[in-house]
Write a protein that binds this ligand. Structure first.
Ligand SMILES: Nc1ncnc2c1ncn2[C@@H]1O[C@H](COP(=O)(O)OP(=O)(O)OP(=O)(O)O)[C@@H](O)[C@H]1O
Ligand SMILES: [Mg+2]
Length: 270
């Protein structure tokens, strides 16, 4: 089934682009043809990755919503049935994109056309805990049941805990438990070292494979990144699915040729 992944969270700087990059590298590592889209009008982080071609879709131009670009986004999904689509979204385009998807019943339409839609809300500890929890709550309330929700717990900014309750014990999770198709925990590990390696990798817009092969990282950093990759990919495998090619594949980093999406035609933009 054709899958499309939307990383959605209204809060800025919580790890949305990190999650989009993790999904993209996991799917690519499974030999799946990818179409990656960056809709963030402000921080085009996802576009910075060289491991996968990322196209920009400008949902907002000069702070004004461009309805046709939203339609184009949906067309890109429907026209690439043999690829998985990974869409990174920025906090400023979060409300317009969510409203568009809900008001146009776009998820239901894609579902009826045979597309499997995944929504990936990111939740963080620290200062953004309450905002990211309420962001998850509204997504679960507003998005139709045909959208599968995968929650990412990014512990980098602090533990995700409220009144000594872990996420799974919180009311907000219990309220929407039936809607959640999977939870992926991004652990903090022993903060400084693991966090710094990850941050350096993210700042260089590298995948795990690229970082592990790069001279930019020293022996122990590479080792920690390998450990982190395993922790994350082991959780992603059952949630996102694995293909036979991965089970037979060594850790060689051989990746399928990237796929490009159709550029917007001149006529369409007029
Ligand atoms: N688990 C993590 N480990 C290390 N660094 C992290 C982690 N999560 C986030 N960061 C750092 O936090 C910053 C924000 O992450 P990211 O760009 O993925 O967030 P975002 O939600 O996409 O932000 P924006 O709202 O600007 O699009 C980055 O500099 C990244 O390096
Ligand atoms: Mg981002």
């Amino acid at each position: 089934m054709a899958k499309a992944h939307f990383t959605l969270q209204g809060k800025g700087g919580v790890g949305k682009s990190l999650v989009s990059a993790l999904i993209a590298q996991h799917r690519q590592g499974n030999g799946i043809s990818l179409v990656c889209i960056d809709t963030d009008p402000v921080n085009a982080t996802f576009t910075g990755y060289s491991a996968f071609p990322v196209e920009r879709v400008e949902l907002l131009k000069d702070n004004t919503i461009d309805e046709r670009e939203f339609d184009r986004l949906i067309e890109i999904i429907t026209e690439n049935r043999n690829s998985e689509i990974v869409i990174d979204n920025g906090s400023s385009s979060f409300i317009p994109l969510s409203s568009y998807l809900i008001e146009n019943e776009a998820i239901e339409m894609l579902h009826e056309m045979g597309h499997e839609i995944f929504i990936h809300p990111v939740i963080t500890g620290g200062q953004s805990l309450m905002d990211t929890l309420s962001g998850f709550d509204s997504l679960a309330r507003q998005f139709p049941e045909s959208a599968k929700i995968i929650v990412w717990l990014n512990q980098y900014f602090g533990n995700i805990e409220k009144e000594d309750k872990t996420f799974e014990k919180m009311k907000v999770y219990q309220d929407h438990k039936d809607r959640v198709a999977g939870i992926i925990n991004i652990p903090r590990n022993s903060g400084a070292t693991f966090g710094e390696d990850m941050q350096q990798m993210l700042e260089s817009r590298m995948t795990f494979e690229q970082a592990i092969k790069s001279d930019q990282f020293k022996l122990m950093s590479k080792h920690r990144l390998k450990m982190m990759k395993k922790i994350l990919f082991d959780q992603m495998n059952p949630v996102l699915g694995v293909t036979a090619s991965t089970t037979n594949k060594s850790d060689s980093g051989n990746e399928p040729p990237p796929r490009r999406i159709r550029k917007r035609s001149k006529a369409a933009s007029e």
